[in-house]
Ligand binder design. Structure first.
Ligand SMILES: [Zn+2]
Length: 249
């Protein structure tokens, strides 16, 4: 039976759909990931629009026979205009949305809270910290959290000053003996402490931890590269973000 449905959601992808319309993908704590057709969004000035990163209560019409949801109206919660303030924040936002698509919505309520909180706090001064915290927490939600206290290959607890390597057999950081990437993805002890300590905090507190500019860049690079190894995913924004940091790897 067809019906009208309403739920909070955020637009994480927006594509052209024919000449006049757009197809948006929203993440909702109620619906998970859902594709919603926005009629007339390309052409008509009167059409209700739902640009990328719009967080709102979405009112949709669910035509079950045609397996098609379309947008009726929305009540804006936030348009996250801070995301348009620069290339860094823009790429950071794209990366976070790509990861949610990559995880197919996963634990939708938790991802929704994580994404909207990260977007709310994102700015040109802290985008590296936001990306670090987002990936760290998204991996934990996916059950693929980094092993930061003991080696997942040999089981040995890490020493306080141990530099971790990475094992692509278990897709996790590991001790230097079990490293099978020849030291190409290493995690120094101070960075490991930051990751472990910050993950135990709520997001706002984690984002307020002090970290030097150099450490931010290095840990963000580490998190992006770890995500690639752990999930074997091909994202688009990650390479662009690394390139921006002066790193083409
Ligand atoms: Zn080991």
């Amino acid at each position: 039976m067809d019906r009208n449905e309403s739920a909070p959601a955020i637009v994480i992808k927006s594509e052209r759909h024919g000449e006049r319309d757009r197809m948006v993908t929203v993440l909702s704590p109620v619906w998970g990931l859902r594709r919603v057709l926005v009629y007339g969004a390309q052409k008509s000035r009167k059409a209700v629009r739902a640009p990328l990163y719009t967080e709102a209560v979405f009112h949709i019409y669910n035509n079950r026979e045609r397996n098609l949801c379309s947008l009726v109206d929305l009540n804006i919660i936030s348009i996250h205009e801070n995301v348009l303030s620069g290339l860094e924040v823009n790429l950071s936002s794209s990366l976070m949305c790509e990861i949610i698509m990559d995880q197919r919505g996963g634990e939708a309520p938790a991802y929704y809270t994580l994404l909207t909180s990260c977007l709310d706090r994102l700015d040109a001064d802290n985008y590296q910290l936001v990306v670090i915290q987002f990936i760290l927490r998204a991996l934990a939600l996916a059950g693929q959290g980094l092993s930061l206290s003991a080696c997942p290959v040999c089981g040995r607890p890490y020493g306080a000053d141990e530099i971790l390597g990475f094992s692509n057999q278990v897709a996790s950081p590991c001790c230097h003996i079990c490293d099978n990437l020849s030291g190409s993805l290493i995690l120094p002890p101070n960075a490991r402490r930051y990751l472990a300590d910050s993950l135990a905090l709520e997001l706002p507190q984690a984002l307020s931890l002090g970290l030097s500019g150099n450490m931010r860049r290095r840990i963000m690079r580490y998190m992006i590269r770890s995500y690639r190894f752990i999930t074997a995913s091909a994202l688009k924004s990650d390479a662009a973000l690394l390139e921006l940091e002066g790193d083409c790897q």
